[in-house]
Design a protein around this ligand. Sequence first.
Ligand code: UD2
Ligand code: MN
Length: 508
Amino acid sequence: MLGKAVHVKDDVKGTIRMLIKKGWQDNAFNQFVSDLIPFGRTLPDFREDWCKQRKSSLSLPEVTIIICFHNEAFSTLLRTIRSVLHYSHKPFLREIILVDDFSTMLHLKSRLDARIQKLPSVRLVRAKRREGLIRSRIIGAKEASTSIVLFLDSHCECTEGWLQPLIERIAENNRTVVSPVIDHIDPSTFEYVAQNPKDIQLGGFNWNLNFIWKSLPRKIAAKRKKFAAPVKTPTIAGGLFAINKDFFEHLGYYDEDFEIWGGENLELSFKVWMCGGTLEIVPCSHVGHVYRTTFPYAGARENAKRNSVRLAEVWLDDYAKYFYERIGYLKGDFGDVSQRQKLRKRLKCNTFEWYLNNVCSDMVVPNNTAARGQIYTTGSHDMCLNANASPPDGTSDVLIKPCHHQGGHQFWLYTREGRLQFDHLCLDFLFNVITLFTCRNLADTQIWLYDIKTKLMLHVNTQDCLSVVANEKNDMRPVLERCSGKKTQKWYMDNFNANNLIPVINLL
Ligand code: UD2
Ligand code: MN
């Protein structure tokens, strides 16, 4: 098998077709395919030679592996457990603690109990109510009897030699928190796709307080000699990591008022750095994860937003405003954060500014922009430029949609250089369409000149003006037209300040 893809013919009919559909509905991945693959499929050894040759001189402590799940498919859960048992070398693994977060699916009841009884060193703890993944992890951590705890999602596959290099880093320094390289298991075919350590991705975040993957900054990449050596990372994806249990407790675990899903990865990342720890990705350690494209949980987005507001209130200082303007300042009821603020004070953690300067120095702080917020067309009543991209997608579409005043896909920055920027993407004119493309220096197809008097938005490269047309389906899209000053060519921008624009003559 070696982690190869399993394809199901497109034209399957009847029961199989139905099963495939149900599998996707229940899990947001292809459970039918997962069920076909043995729990114990063999995977290649993805490590660089450097990793295989290294011998640890330290006597290493044992770890507890904690896997929380809510309504996980039987096959993915069992494959996760089996891969841990198979690929973790004996002396290091004390036990696996499974935390069932109040699952309702039948196969996770007596069938799972029976299965687990047969497995060595696996223990199942069941939550008495739905806790969400954040509190479930705290339950798991408190149950652990070892000095190191290691978390995995319930749809992972560990590979040869994955565990030792993670433990080594914490044994050397118990304030180091480590994540393996997280490889992709395709949600449709279950193909295991390993990352090349030369193109290793680090964790970052954007001002929507979403976790993002980013390439290694050039300066750091140039200095790297051993591609498999641990690399410092500003954030971690959050599902797969190991931490000293006492350090986790010292940091106040997670904010226990975070609900269901989201935000806890950034909370932990920020506070590890700000409160005296280090966060690393260890390329000798490869673990696969099934990345889903949708949420299988009801209300997850609202919970994630509430979690992010709590995160911003406690950890972001003045920088919280960059997040709030992206949610239209609609913070909602985020509960009481005073205990968490006290914790931060007690631990005497560094400021968020310190974190940005010292850990995440390539992060763009949008403090010096010519405009920020919605971009309205005057051609129709309350219609706005709307980015359809969900970052970190590459190119994507732009439409004109009713303004919703909640930031999100209608929150634009008009940069000092004249770029209309949505997240890391810029409004561009390529192959005769207005689109979003990665922002590039010196690309004059991305430079727009706004004139507050005429309200025209001039596209510098073509000398045409941004305007609006409706297509057959009545979708309104932005287009370029010869500048005439007609109504559809006139635009308003929130918070426009012409003084912040660098004169275009200096740019071209
Ligand atoms: C990513 C992380 C995930 C978590 C999340 C943000 C990786 C690979 N995954 O999303 O670990 O940090 O970002 O919160 O880094 N679960 C529960 N109870 C719930 C919901 C989920 O126990 O109410 C379990 C779930 O079965 C899974 C784990 O928590 O094992 C993570 O959930 P996910 O797989 O839906 O998150 P993911 O990978 O989209
Ligand atoms: Mn996951």
